[in-house]
Design a protein around this ligand. Structure first.
Ligand SMILES: Nc1nc2c(ncn2[C@@H]2O[C@H](COP(=O)(O)OP(=O)(O)OP(=O)(O)O)[C@@H](O)[C@H]2O)c(=O)[nH]1
Ligand SMILES: [Mg+2]
Length: 222
């Protein structure tokens, strides 16, 4: 008798894929990154927005991307590989957060440059996951970052997913308001070709985790 066949839902398959995430390399500057050969998904956002935590949650690993109570923790571009061990099919890039007041001016400018160059030049960038604290929504700094990719978002070559993080800290009503305000604020980047999503996310309660995995899987599988 054969074993009962196990059918996995698309969400389970997507989570199994994000679970394969493993550390690949770290780079202090762009020329230290490997040549872009795989579709890459960049995680960006203000310092403390929850980028590293989101990557850990998707990967179902506690300390893959270093998450911390100290803002400004991720100071390098950290790359993670996904897919079969012998045939990776995508990369996640955890980028340094911006907007942390205590970082001195020179370091701030240097990182702004790294981010701008990364977003402008990384050819195989498939998508950007922009994380924003759901209590703050999109700030001026987030819009400044979005300007760097706006053209590629509008023509559909870079997909955009905004995660409103720490949604566990909001009431249902506040969460709806955050979602609506962010959706409206993203209007300026939309077009016929643009692929833009917004979702509430909580690493703590696992809100949105399956949807995010499905979206990212779709970006690189298509
Ligand atoms: N309540 C709650 N806290 C969260 C959630 N996600 C992240 N945090 C907390 O927010 C803080 C910052 O999270 P990180 O993941 O380190 O943020 P980051 O965006 O990587 O920060 P930088 O590396 O400084 O850019 C940590 O104390 C996390 O525990 C969440 O879903 N809910
Ligand atoms: Mg981080």
């Amino acid at each position: 008798m054969s074993a009962p066949s196990v059918t996995r839902s698309p969400a389970q398959q997507a989570l199994a894929w994000t679970h394969t995430a493993r550390f690949l390399t770290t780079a202090a500057q762009l020329d230290q990154l490997p040549l872009p050969e795989l579709p890459e998904i960049a995680f960006v956002g203000r310092s403390n927005a929850g980028k590293s935590t989101a990557i850990n949650t998707l990967a179902q690993q506690k300390r893959l991307a270093f998450a911390s109570k100290t803002p400004g923790r991720t100071q390098h571009i950290n790359l993670f590989a996904l897919g079969p061990a012998d045939a990776p099919d995508a990369l996640f890039a955890d980028l340094p957060g911006y907007g942390y007041a205590a970082v001195e001016r020179d370091a701030k400018l240097r990182w702004q440059q790294v981010m701008a160059d990364y977003l402008a030049e990384r050819r195989d960038l498939s998508g950007v996951v922009l994380l924003a604290d759901s209590r703050l929504g999109l700030t001026e700094l987030d819009h400044r970052l979005l300007q760097w990719i706006a053209q590629r978002v509008r023509n559909g070559t870079v997909k955009l997913l905004v995660l409103l993080t720490k949604a566990d800290k909001l009431s249902r009503k506040e969460a709806d308001a955050s979602l609506n305000a962010t959706t409206a604020a993203l209007g300026e980047y939309s077009s016929e070709e643009a692929d833009i999503g917004v979702t509430l996310f909580s690493a703590l309660k696992r809100t949105g985790v399956e949807d995010v995995a499905l979206t990212l899987r779709g970006w690189v599988a298509s």
